[in-house]
Design a binder for this molecule. Sequence first.
Ligand SMILES: C[S@@+](CC[C@H](N)C(=O)[O-])C[C@H]1O[C@@H](n2cnc3c(N)ncnc32)[C@H](O)[C@@H]1O
Length: 341
Amino acid sequence: MTDYIATANPGFAPYAMEELRRRFPGVKLSGLAPGETFKLSSGDIPGEELIASLRKDEPVFLRHLFPADEEAGLTADPEETAGTMIRFAKGLAAKLAGSTVAVQVRKSPDSPFPFSSAEGRDAIVPALRELGAEPVARDSKRILSVYAAKKSLYLGLSAPRDNLSDWPGGAVRFRREEGLISRAAFKLLEAERTFGLPLGGFVNALDLGAAPGGWTSVLLERGVKVTAVDPAEMHPSLEGHPRLRHIRRNAAELSFAPGSFDLLVCDMSWDPHHTCRIVSELAPALSAGASGIVTLKLMYRKPLQTIDDLVGEYAKAFEILRVKQLFHNREEVTLWVKRKP
Ligand SMILES: C[S@@+](CC[C@H](N)C(=O)[O-])C[C@H]1O[C@@H](n2cnc3c(N)ncnc32)[C@H](O)[C@@H]1O
């Protein structure tokens, strides 16, 4: 049995837990930070098997996890806490020597942990150097994770790919705050990275519900030609862009010549079933094998049921490649589909 510390977007841990229970009936789950972080004990399933299964077919709501190799008592005493973390690192000397390692420290709001994340990292880094490891911020061979809960400190060492995300707690950050048309742009950037779908590889995109133009601007930056559909105005900075056509109409009223686009993106803040109808009716405008990235608003009480229903509806015109709640998704998930031939 292996224990893990698992994280979902705020408020969505109950759904991440439900997905895990359905897939692995023997697992044990208990909340640590309400709605967001929980402990997962793999029960009879060997940890490696659980991780391999999760990596192969990622659940929608589980954003991140790391193995809790050690659970230690926690007080507010800085020296004692630093000592616990350093002792844990020293116990892994053989694995750490000669390896790049990222230290990721997080805490629950009710934890007495006496450090900020950065201070917690700084408390371990000198010991890692002494052990012959190379502490780095990103792209490391290993991740040393620390999660401080109310009473316990959980510590683990893992390969980044086994955490589902190599960002602390799966909180993906982009350094593009300046000049960004809308924060919505982060959703498309995260989808590109998470799904391994370089947007610059597309030629003609249809952006439904495009205003004010965050997603459109990302696509234009990647060199894609964009047809943006939205009755609302686009950001003035996009006006007159040579590769942008803005159609100020309701997407439900439009049709295009067959095979016009190799990418459809859709971020309409609307009932997800209506959105599905609009996207499916526009499917013939996509070339065979074209990709679609669509946000599905979770406006009903049973998100897992809503997702199942929508996947069934989208599957009529599309092959479903992924459904994932990205870090930048709020009350929604992101769907990646492919137009059926
Ligand atoms: C969340 S915003 C989209 C943000 C955009 N992705 C960005 O990055 O800036 C939702 C947009 O969907 C548009 N919308 C809603 N229903 C629509 C419809 N039936 N046809 C076209 N646009 C629609 C709204 O006018 C609104 O501008």
